[in-house]
Design a protein around this ligand. Structure first.
Ligand SMILES: [Zn+2]
Length: 384
């Protein structure tokens, strides 16, 4: 059984534009997991959004090189199967400079990324870096990306309710999902985003999680109309489907009008649920999010979601769905860019050296030895 057979989904290949690898397996095991996922979910292509840092102290200096290693190995087996969006690394000290960020995105370009991932606009990381989304320190970097025409997936803000400190549940507070006055406001982050788009109008930016805008249909239309190179991805934030349910007809029209500018994505991780494909669907996040997106796009009758209650599906036309699932990604990305093995070997050697001498220390969901082992595997592969 595949995911499609189990749920009666439409039979078309998908491109998942939004996966991650920071969930505590080796890079080699991540390849095995992603192969299982590609087969089970009928994924023709996947795009790994590398993360070298996150709020909450997560640090992975090897995030990019591991992702490029996975891409290169997967594409040796299936051409154009795997793409990587690279992420800049923050030192959180004087080493963070405009020229430093520019050097990093240039190096990533030369190593063979297919675009860039930013999480610098998520409230906690925005606070950690101290830089506005449109801070001039990023200008040289964005100018380079704009010139090269590579796309960006940008995570901006979080659902608006995360700023509602008075009404937040104790669980939300404990998990760090609530932003008090020490964080930038939701509206401030939106304003900084517009600042960025005004400076770099040709930047191809996809806002992750539908830009957390599903309660603001008119504002979503204004963004799309004002900034023609902007697009949204469908990666849950499942609250977006609650928003769509509140104005079903209005959102269906939105999806039809902007069908070329919406991408399928899921935040699928390298969680290890063994080698039985169906266990990925039954084990929580991976299955839940993928199915939630597909139910919402394909089903015709309201359905119950375990987290979000009754969802009224958009039930889009086959034609529009095909664009979101597949064509928009292929049209934007074309073939996966070539990985420069020589440069990647050099980068892997630098990170290995820094790990071994304690100059850089990863803080991920893996033990240090596993991170060291993954970067070592990447080095040995690229240096061959
Ligand atoms: Zn994500």
């Amino acid at each position: 059984m595949t995911n499609r057979e189990k749920n009666g989904f439409s039979n078309q290949p998908l491109c998942d534009s939004h996966l991650h690898i920071e969930k505590g397996t080796s890079a080699d095991r991540a390849i095995e997991i992603f192969n299982i996922i590609c087969d089970y979910y009928n994924y023709e292509r996947i795009c790994i959004c590398a993360l070298t840092g996150l709020g909450g102290g997560f640090k992975d200096p090897g995030g990019n090189i591991k992702a490029l290693y996975i891409k290169s190995k997967m594409n040796e087996a299936r051409r154009n199967n795997c793409y990587v969006f690279g992420h800049i690394y923050h030192h959180h000290d004087g080493k963070d400079t405009a020229d430093g960020y520019l050097r990093q995105v240039k190096k990533l370009y030369e190593m063979g990324v297919d675009g860039y991932k930013f999480i610098e606009g998520k409230p906690d990381y925005r606070k950690d870096t101290g830089f506005a989304i449109d801070d001039p320190i990023y200008d040289k970097m964005y100018a380079f990306i704009e010139e090269k025409g590579l796309p960006i997936t940008h995570h901006i803000a979080d659902p608006r309710k995360c700023w509602d400190v008075k009404n937040a549940s104790p669980i939300a507070i404990a998990r760090g999902w609530v932003y008090d006055e020490s964080f930038q406001t939701f509206d401030r982050l939106r304003a900084e985003t517009e600042g960025l788009l005004k400076k770099f109008p040709k930047l191809k930016v996809t806002f992750a999680h539908f830009f957390f805008i599903s309660d603001e249909l008119e504002e979503a239309r204004r963004f799309m109309d004002t900034y023609p190179n902007v697009s949204f991805d469908m990666t849950p934030g499942g609250e977006m489907f609650v928003g769509f349910s509140k104005d079903h007809d209005g959102w269906v029209k939105f999806f039809n009008d902007y069908s070329d500018r919406i991408y399928y994505g899921t935040d699928t991780y390298n969680f290890d649920y063994g080698n039985n494909p169906e266990s990925y669907e039954d084990s929580g996040d991976a299955g839940h999010r993928n199915n939630l997106v597909r139910f919402a796009l394909e089903r015709t009758e309201p359905f119950e979601d375990i987290h979000y209650g009754t969802i009224i599906p958009l039930s889009l036309s086959e034609d529009v769905r095909k664009k979101i699932y597949h064509d928009n990604f292929v049209n934007r990305q074309g073939d996966a860019r070539e990985v420069n093995k020589e440069l990647c070997a050099l980068e892997a050697a630098n990170i290995l050296d820094a790990y071994e001498h304690g100059l850089l220390t990863p803080h991920t969901h893996s033990e240090f030895d596993e991170e060291l082992g993954s970067v070592k595997a990447a080095y040995e592969y690229f240096a061959k």
